[in-house]
Design a protein around this ligand. Structure first.
Ligand SMILES: *Cc1c(COP(=O)(O)O)cnc(C)c1O
Length: 411
């Protein structure tokens, strides 16, 4: 019989969202009349911007005509899309990023996991706690960890707690690490990073020959002009960081699929013979071998995000979700809860009232208000005592959920 990758057996059974579904289903069966509102999973709800749809329709028509039909495109993405990203997302903010350093892909979830293909298995890896679970699980699958303990922590990973005490920004590791995952604006806490804070990480990475894997999936939600959108706004980041970006949350592409990874040509790793190797070359090789590019149709849809109409529509979309977040923040505060995030991010991170665990709070919210959120403990041990509420929903559902919480929630 064929053997398997035993690392998969180390993974905690897909625990968080199945357990949420189980509790919601049990409640719904017992209370069939309850109108449950889900503010749990981080998926967008509003339609794809019109500019993107029109560009996609036009591209479909081109595919129907022999003279404009497209077969395989460049694995790294079409130049017209990469150029627009380089100039508008990076160079316009003073980031020295060239179009050739941008790789178009079908998702940041995929890229942030697949990137481990080009790294060795002897790196010391740091993640925040709580964290986007993909970073941890893909390291487990790749064999970069030992077993999980009863707290849900994997042996071999360095966990950097993020709590209200440190403003949900991790302190620098006290030991030397080689890879560091940072996500700002943060999922799940909604925290943001200042330039000064990111500089401490860039300085650490350069001093320790470490690499920062910077996830900027939520950069479009930044409204505070002083906050950096990209790690490359920090001097020195070209030598120590790669960045993941996605059209998913920015332009409603979660079901359409388009993202990008930036790997500066100046970013290097160490080979077994002690020589320095450009990571860009390895990722390019990996991308061309294991990936055949995002569809022409979808890349045209993504390109439309950079048109004048596209920019205005994306801005309106982001403002819509941020207004939801604002309503959630003010209503939860009115209900007497302590909250974080929700300003430059679509997530509100709620501190559970004294004496209530993350799952206790989940059950109370479900039973008293028929509202579903995500227990913070599902994102890591240090998420215990917190709860994530997502602003991705219709205004009607947000208003109704908040009305129920202010009227009915009692500790
Ligand atoms: C949603 C999300 C992404 C985007 O993933 P896609 O695969 O591009 O849809 C990346 N990182 C984080 C932290 C996210 O929450």
């Amino acid at each position: 019989m064929a053997t398997i990758n035993n690392n998969y057996l180390k993974l905690k059974a897909g625990y968080l969202f199945p357990e949420i579904a189980r509790r919601v289903n049990t409640f719904a069966e017992a209370h069939p009349e309850a109108k449950i509102i889900k503010l749990g999973i981080g998926d967008v709800t509003e339609p794809l911007p019109a500019a993107c749809r029109q560009a996609i329709i036009k591209a479909v028509e081109e595919m129907g005509d022999r003279s404009t039909f497209k077969g395989y495109g460049p694995e790294q993405g079409y130049a017209w899309l990469r150029e627009k990203i380089a100039t508008q997302d990076f160079q316009a903010r003073g980031c020295d990023i060239d179009a050739s350093e941008i790789f178009i892909s079908d998702g940041s979830k995929c890229d942030s996991g697949n990137i481990l293909d080009i790294f060795g298995h002897d790196n010391t890896i740091a993640v925040t706690d709580p964290v986007y679970p993909v970073y941890v699980d893909t390291n487990v699958m790749a064999g970069n960890t030992g077993d999980v303990n009863e707290k849900g922590e994997y042996e071999g990973l360095v966990y950097l707690p993020i709590t209200a005490e440190n403003n949900f920004t991790a302190e620098l590791p006290t030991q030397k690490v080689d890879l560091i995952y940072l996500c700002f604006p943060n999922n799940p806490t909604g925290a943001t990073a200042t330039k000064e804070y990111l500089k401490t990480w860039v300085d650490y990475a350069k001093a320790n020959d470490a690499i920062i894997l910077f996830d900027a999936a939520y950069e479009a939600f930044i409204t505070d002009a002083s906050l950096p959108h990209s790690i490359y706004e920090i001097e020195g980041a070209r030598e120590c960081a790669m960045e993941f970006r996605s059209f998913s949350k920015k332009a409603g592409f979660t079901g359409t699929r388009c993202a990008l990874t930036v790997i500066p040509k100046t970013l290097k790793g160490k080979a077994a013979d002690g020589s320095d190797v450009e990571l860009w070359k390895l990722w390019n090789r990996r991308h061309c071998t294991k990936f055949n590019g995002v569809s022409y149709i979808v890349q045209r849809g993504a390109e439309a995000v950079y048109s004048d109409e596209g920019k205005a529509q994306v801005k309106a979309l982001i403002e819509f979700y941020l207004e939801n977040a604002k309503i959630i923040c003010s209503q939860l505060q009115a209900a007497g809860l302590t909250i974080y995030g929700g300003v430059n991010a679509p997530y509100v991170w709620v501190q559970t009232p004294t004496g209530l665990s993350s799952w206790d709070f989940f059950d109370k919210l479900l039973q008293n208000c028929n509202v579903v959120g995500t227990p913070g403990s599902g994102f890591g041990a240090a998420g215990e005592g917190y709860f994530r509420i997502s602003a991705f929903n219709s205004r009607e559902n947000v208003n109704e959920a908040m009305k129920r919480i202010t009227e009915k929630f009692t500790v």
